[in-house]
Ligand binder design. Structure first.
Ligand code: ZN
Length: 215
């Protein structure tokens, strides 16, 4: 399968996102460690490729960065085992799950859905995908990080995921038939924090670096 085509021809389908998948991040938000993956979604229209600016949303004040490993699904179906799940992975990227934290806290306080705080336009800056080769990439030892104006803010390793990538694919399969072009934002490590207009955020991992200016 050609991962290049999936992204370049705008064939990204659904965007699944996982909340609280790193214990240290759950703790920094005073949240419990989940017993099963917390799943939410964004829209393909949320994606921003490098070369475009990210516009600070008008409806909130506290925009937070969350750097995450992103998994590209390459085949249709459901995965019942970890070995099966592995065959669904076409590519990997590093991305940002931008979050309006003040809006999210207000929604959560009132037990309301949090889409507005998570799935707004330009909330998902994403780097290039590389092809996934299980003989060369260990999904449970991928280092990634993000910097604001060059200063290190988040540094994570997929070894610290509560639910590893294969488990996420199996759990999503219980609810949805996966489709080529679906992507999964797999959760953020600790170190989340605000990003302001005028700053540049860069993400690093999988041997690549990508950056966006917040305007
Ligand atoms: Zn996230």
């Amino acid at each position: 399968m050609n991962t290049e085509n999936l992204l370049n021809e705008n064939k990204i389908g659904r965007i699944f996102c996982i909340g609280r998948n790193y214990a240290a991040h759950a703790r920094e938000l005073n949240d419990d460690i989940p017993e099963s993956p917390i799943i939410f979604t964004k829209f393909p229209s949320c994606l921003v490729k490098e070369g475009n600016d990210v516009h600070f949303p008008e409806f909130g004040n506290d925009l937070h960065h969350e750097v995450e490993l992103v998994v590209l699904i390459g085949k249709e179906g459901k995965a019942a085992t970890a070995a099966e799940a592995d065959t669904f992975i076409a590519g990997l990227a590093i991305g940002l799950d931008l979050t309006m934290r003040d809006v999210q806290f207000e929604l959560l306080k009132n037990s309301l859905p949090w889409e507005k705080s998570k799935a707004f336009d330009e909330s998902a800056p994403i780097g290039d995908f590389i092809s996934y080769d299980p003989t060369r990439i260990n999904l449970e030892n991928i280092e990634f990080s993000c910097r604001i104006d060059g200063e290190l803010k988040q540094q994570g390793n997929t070894a610290n995921m509560i639910f590893p990538v294969h488990t996420l694919i199996m759990e999503l399969s219980k609810v949805w038939k996966l489709m080529p072009g679906d992507i999964i934002y797999t959760g953020t490590p600790e170190g989340i924090g605000p990003i302001k207009r005028g700053q540049t955020i860069s993400i690093h991992g999988l041997g690549m670096e990508h950056s966006w200016k917040i305007v």
